[in-house]
Design a protein around this ligand. Structure first.
Ligand SMILES: Cc1ncc(COP(=O)(O)O)c(C=O)c1O
Length: 398
């Protein structure tokens, strides 16, 4: 430290309350040799369309190079928003104008900005319990309180939501991940979706629908998005799971008043998303690459999900419960009476990683569950990792 640095540097209250995400910390241990990681929510690198991206990149650089390497508009590349608007209509029945879309630096930036534009520090919002750990960080980083509403196998419980809303002022929004939820893998039923919209409309509450996994359905019938049923919903999508997280591109589809506020917030955060990524994403959709790639990703992940569930049957004690997701990237494993936080150190020693269930609760109050990612590991490692976890369950008891 230099001579004139303060003896103890002072940071803001917000900076002092922020904690590094459990998953970011875990990625460090994940690099140890022989470690099998079911921890991070990483797509399998086999799912990346390397040859397509190389071809698109060369073509776009030749055709649009000078614009591609320049700053872009804050709302994103117009032709990309046009292509997305068309795709969302064709695939999801979402009717949006291209001007109702803004590109973001991954959905993570969208989540942070949504916290910023809808809620003041100290105000509260509702999430599913459990919910995505990155949303907890983004909202906590804005000083926003979260109240989690319990889920069952059909998604957020509407009786519990009504109970939570009783005698309280309206939350600033209700945040849900209806398809193959992170972390639980659960898909919200159509009946629940309709009821959620009814409650939101009755009370005038904004719904935030985060849908990074919707295109990755391996089984079961498609369930309409909330956004397709109610155009007032704020819908978040991302290229992370259908192209690559490395291109850091997501988008928000929302009414114009919301887009305007997001646009101003984004100007302060990063001016615009990466033009390089936007040109690639546009060609990925318009050139038909995306529709070719998604079925390949689905086949790869379905096989891995099946193998993990089969391995649970072979290596887990009988009292371990787990979800059977119809898509996405995660399984939620629960053993009544277990403490997955205290089990974690031993798991690291046994060279297998998971994310502790408590990370997915704003108040950290569930210790019986763990999230397992089934997409990243090789098939061999899925079997071996589940075997190690099974042994851990057997030997440590509860
Ligand atoms: C539910 C959910 N929302 C948002 C994100 C953020 O995705 P990205 O910033 O890569 O678009 C993730 C990533 O895993 C997620 O699971």
């Amino acid at each position: 430290m230099s001579m004139n640095a303060p003896a103890k540097r002072e940071f803001s209250i917000l900076a002092n309350t922020m904690k590094p995400s459990a998953i970011r910390l875990l990625l460090k241990v994940a690099n140890q040799p022989d470690m099998i990681s079911f921890g991070g929510g990483l797509p399998n690198p086999e799912s990346f369309p390397l040859d397509d991206v190389r071809k698109i990149f060369d073509e776009q650089l030749a055709k649009n190079g000078k614009k591609m390497l320049q700053y872009g508009a804050t709302e994103g590349l117009e032709s990309l928003n046009v292509a997305l608007s068309k795709r969302l209509k064709d695939k999801e029945g979402i009717k949006s104008e291209p001007t109702e879309i803004i590109q973001t630096t991954g959905s993570q930036e969208a989540l942070y900005m949504i916290g910023k534009i809808f809620a003041n520090p100290g105000e509260y919002v509702i999430t599913e319990a459990p919910t995505y750990v990155g949303t907890i960080s983004a909202l906590k980083g804005n000083g926003i309180r979260m109240i989690g509403v319990d889920m069952d196998h059909y998604g957020m419980r509407m009786d519990a939501l009504r109970e939570t809303l009783k005698d309280r002022p309206n939350p600033k929004f209700i945040y849900v991940i209806p398809n193959f939820q992170n972390p639980s893998g659960i898909t919200m039923s159509l009946e629940r979706r309709k009821e959620l919209l009814e409650i939101a409309n009755e009370r005038g509450i904004t719904i935030i629908e985060d849908d990074p996994y919707g295109a990755l359905r391996f089984a079961g019938p498609h369930v309409p998005t909330l956004k397709s049923m109610d155009n007032d919903v704020v819908y978040l999508g991302t290229f992370s799971k259908v192209l690559s997280p490395g291109i850091r591109l997501g988008y928000v589809v929302a009414p114009h008043d919301v887009i305007e506020k997001l646009n101003v917030a984004k100007q302060a955060l990063d001016l615009a998303s990466s033009s390089v990524s936007e040109y690639i994403a546009e060609a990925y959709i318009s050139g038909g690459y995306m529709e070719k790639q998604i079925p390949k990703i689905i086949d790869l992940y379905r096989e891995k999900r099946d193998l993990m569930i089969e391995s649970f049957g072979n290596y887990f004690p009988e009292d371990v419960e787990f979800t059977r997701p119809n898509g996405g990237m995660f399984l939620w494993v629960t053993r009544r009476g277990a403490n997955t936080d205290s089990l974690f150190e031993e798991a690291v020693r046994q060279k297998v990683l998971y994310v502790v269930g408590s990370a997915f609760y704003p108040d950290g109050d569930n210790h019986e569950s763990m999230r397992l990612n089934f997409t990243y590991s090789s098939n061999e490692n899925i079997v071996e990792g589940v075997k190690r976890l099974g042994k851990l369950f057997e030997t440590t008891g509860k």
